[in-house]
Design a protein around this ligand. Structure first.
Ligand SMILES: NC(=O)c1ccc[n+]([C@@H]2O[C@H](COP(=O)([O-])OP(=O)(O)OC[C@H]3O[C@@H](n4cnc5c(N)ncnc54)[C@H](OP(=O)(O)O)[C@@H]3O)[C@@H](O)[C@H]2O)c1
Length: 298
């Protein structure tokens, strides 16, 4: 199939593209800097600098992952606008593209995140749970609303509310592992906030599964079935690195250092992938210990 991926040069895309190519698909990545992106992707990947330039490709599947990195800089009002704009603008462009295609794409798989649910304490959250509040929620809600505009122009729309994707190099662990390796790791705030994580290999398998299951439609939580709280995550990471987890980062320190962005560290939702579990999706890494053993001890 002809598969178009926005943000395909990123952490998830770098693992996804080789898998799709191995299956014999034609993969086109939209990237603002195709030459730089090409260094991170197999040479069979084709590139376009904008969604509007992809009409001749006539994609049968569209995967929408593009967006400014959410945790790179403090959330000033200008930064929040960039985070939002980068996602909504790209999604709007995909809707416009889908309208012009000769045939409806079989599926649009569009990104979102656990942040949609806001801060839910220890309550288990499924696709049916009510959304929360906060900027992460607002960002995801607007991103999802933009994707819903594609509904008349695609056979299926799957929105993936992605958990914390684990692998190395890259992603969350690139930030967490160095201090933990130095023995300076520990829980953040109370440590009770939930961290719905997922091994990058399972993340790629979920996208592949959604492409290949014509009955899959709507919102899917994309995280492992066994989320843990931050204290448990910190202890597990330290154990796999053979280090102690003795240095908690108090909430006030994180709030002072990161401002509003500290909600990413201090809040969470105990998200479970109920729809994938009900449909019989088989996770290779359902437990955090299995995932960390594979990634950190690799
Ligand atoms: N990784 C996670 O743990 C996680 C968790 C929840 C949600 N998500 C979401 O899932 C998506 C993919 O995740 P990822 O980790 O692969 O992200 P990533 O590594 O940050 O890559 C996202 C890609 O988006 C493109 N991009 C960045 N800024 C852009 C802008 N202003 N306009 C258009 N495109 C832009 C970049 O491609 P070019 O530079 O090539 O244009 C980049 O490679 C992201 O939107 C992310 O927010 C990720």
């Amino acid at each position: 199939m002809r598969i178009l991926i926005t943000g395909g040069s990123g952490f998830i895309g770098q693992a996804l593209c080789p898998v799709l190519l191995d299956q014999g698909h034609q993969v086109m990545v939209v990237s603002r800097r195709p030459q730089r992106a090409a260094k991170h992707l197999p040479h069979d990947v084709e590139f376009r600098a904008s969604v509007a330039e992809c009409v001749d490709f006539q994609p049968e599947v569209i995967i929408n992952l593009a967006g400014e990195p959410i945790a790179n800089r403090r959330w000033s009002e200008a930064r929040k606008a960039e985070l939002l704009e980068s996602r909504v603008r790209t999604t709007d462009a995909l809707v416009a593209l889908a309208k012009t295609l000769d045939q409806k794409p079989k599926v649009l798989i569009s990104g979102s995140a656990v942040g949609f649910y806001g801060d839910c304490g220890s309550e288990t959250v499924t696709e049916d749970s009510e959304p929360g509040t906060g900027f992460a929620h607002e960002l995801c809600a607007q991103w999802e609303a933009a994707a819903r505009q594609a509904t008349p122009y695609v056979d299926r729309l799957c929105v993936i509310r992605i958990g914390l994707v684990l692998d190395q190099p890259g992603g969350l662990l690139d930030r967490m592992v160095p201090p933990f390796r130095m023995g300076l790791g520990g829980r953040m705030g109370s440590g009770k906030q939930c961290m719905p994580w997922i091994h990058r290999q399972d993340m790629v398998r979920i996208i592949d599964w959604l492409i290949n299951h014509p009955s899959a439609d709507g919102v899917f939580n994309a995280s492992a079935p066994n989320p843990v709280d931050n204290a448990t995550f910190s202890k597990a990471l330290a154990r796999h690195l053979n280090r102690p987890a003795m240095f908690p980062a108090p909430s006030w320190v994180l709030k002072t250092a990161f401002g509003e962005m500290s909600e990413l560290m201090l809040e969470g939702a105990c998200m479970v992938p109920q729809k994938l579990l009900d449909a019989g999706f088989d996770f290779i890494y359902p437990e955090l210990d299995q995932a960390l053993a594979d990634i950190v001890e690799r």
